[in-house]
Structure formats: structure tokens, C-alpha cells
Write a protein that binds this ligand. Sequence first.
Ligand SMILES: O=P(O)(O)O[C@@H]1C[C@H](O)[C@@H](CO)O1
Ligand code: HPA
Length: 284
Amino acid sequence: MDPTPESIGDLTVGGAPLPCQRLGEHRPTQTPPPTPSLVKTPHHDDYQKTADWILSQTQHRPKVAIICGSGLGMLADALKLQDSFHYSDIPGFPQSTELKGKTCVCMQGRFHMYEGHSLCKVTFPVRVFKLLGVETLIVTNAAGALADGFGPRFPPMSGVYDKDLRRLAKDICKSLGYSQFVQEGVYCMVGGPNFESIAEARFLHKLGADAVGMSTAPEVLVASHCGMKVFGLSLITNKVVKDYDDTEKVNHEGVLGVSKMRSETLQTLVTELVSRLDINNNTA
Ligand SMILES: O=P(O)(O)O[C@@H]1C[C@H](O)[C@@H](CO)O1
Ligand code: HPA
């Protein structure tokens, strides 16, 4: 199957490479539900063709991919731009860059299911990353806190989040003085775009979730399936209301505002993490 726009969503892999062009963040839009042709399952060829196009446009051979959550695209400010690709119809699709001497591919913003995208589309970039040669995926997102104070807890997780990367991140947090506010916990993905009702929030918390957001889980699943190491980072942007007397209400603008306010901290952590990954720079 050819990777026509029909077969892989709006992945128009046609833009000429625009050196050092910054791509805008992919922001949620009121995208209408996809037409049936957009939810066709991509085949290996579809991922391969996109990957081949990217590889043909750059000498970089990234081993690390970073998916920045909403409002966290400023992380890309830390990247030394080498090559970027203009996908005119897909702002926020991967751009190849360098961070701390390590070649990375970075998505500023992601596709969400609540925008009407199929799971195939949401996870499409991850399989393209795999075909680019990526071995480690760093995912970030904005999430609401379910656990009061987001206290320290280490509930069993499935193991998709790499132990060594988690240990390395903890060491980095110690050295940066971040340990007090960086905690491990369970992130639960909901479909969105609505924020949780109080009953839902209580339910998720009872199930063992510490934070809730609307992304990340499908990307992590696909990356793990591809054999990548995965590291996930949630920026807690708000408290999830679990009390019927609490009149506070979360909204997306607030989430973005806090994300922007804290993006430098997150940027420092991810930059340090990438710089300490045991990989060599890779070019064609
Ligand atoms: O891409 P992420 O998950 O960071 O997007 C944020 C979190 C929710 O998905 C949505 C609601 O504010 O934006
Ligand atoms: O409270 C939240 N709920 C769901 N998704 C979110 N993304 C940021 N905050 C939240």
C-alpha cells in the first residue's frame, strides 16, 4: 500500500526540507472525526516509506526520540537544530535535531485520540521512529494529580518503563536538586477531551492511579512492542478534583499555562538524561 494521504491519515510527506525551520506545536483542534479511509491500518510499507523519506533528507540517524506533551514543546528550544522537515499538513511532526551531542528526533506535540485520530495515527510516529533506528523513547505529557500531594509510592508497574532509565533519571534529579518534587507513580490515560467527573476521579484513584492524562499510553505500548526502551515523564499541571465541595475546575488553558511555566525544569531534566544516555552520535 502506498503511503498516500488516505492510507496514513494526513501524513503528507511532501514538504521540502527547510533548514532550521521551527515547526509549530501540534495543538488540539476541533478536527472532525476521520473518514473511514483515515482509519485504515497502516502496513509496514507505510511506516517504511515515511522513515525512508526522513532518512533521505538528513544525515542524522537518531537513536533517541522525544515526544513532547502539550505545552511542553519548548523542550525543543534546547535542541540544536540541524535538519527539520516541513510537513505542511502536520505541524509538529518529527524534526531531526541534536541535543547535547546526541542525535534525537523530537515531536513538538502529539496526536490525541480525542482529536478524532485513530490509534494507528496516534502511534504512527513511534513505528516510524523505530525504522529510523531509534532505540530509546522519551515521552512527556501534562497530567492531573489524583494522589494528594502526589506522595511517594511505588506501585507495581508492567515493566514497560525502563528500570535503568528510571534509575538514571532519579540520580539526575538528585544532582539537580529536583528529588523533592519528582516522584514515581502510575499514570492513567483516559480518552478525553473531557476532564474527569468527581466520581471518575475517585474511581481512578481507588484503582491505584496517581496521575491522569489523555495521551502517552498508546505510544508507550507501541514503542515497547517495537523493542524500544521507554522513559515517561508527566508534568503535574493541576490537582484533580475529588471532593464534591471543591468548586475548582480544571481547563486546558490552565494545563498549558502550567506546562509553559515549568517547561524549563522539564527541559533541564530531559536534556541531562539524553546527554547521559550510553549512545554514540550517529550519522549516515
Ligand atoms: O499531549 P498531552 O497529554 O501533554 O496533552 C495535554 C494533557 C491532555 O491530553 C490535554 C488536556 O489538557 O492536554
Ligand atoms: O486533570 C487532568 N485530567 C485529564 N487529563 C489531564 N491533562 C492534564 N491534566 C489533566
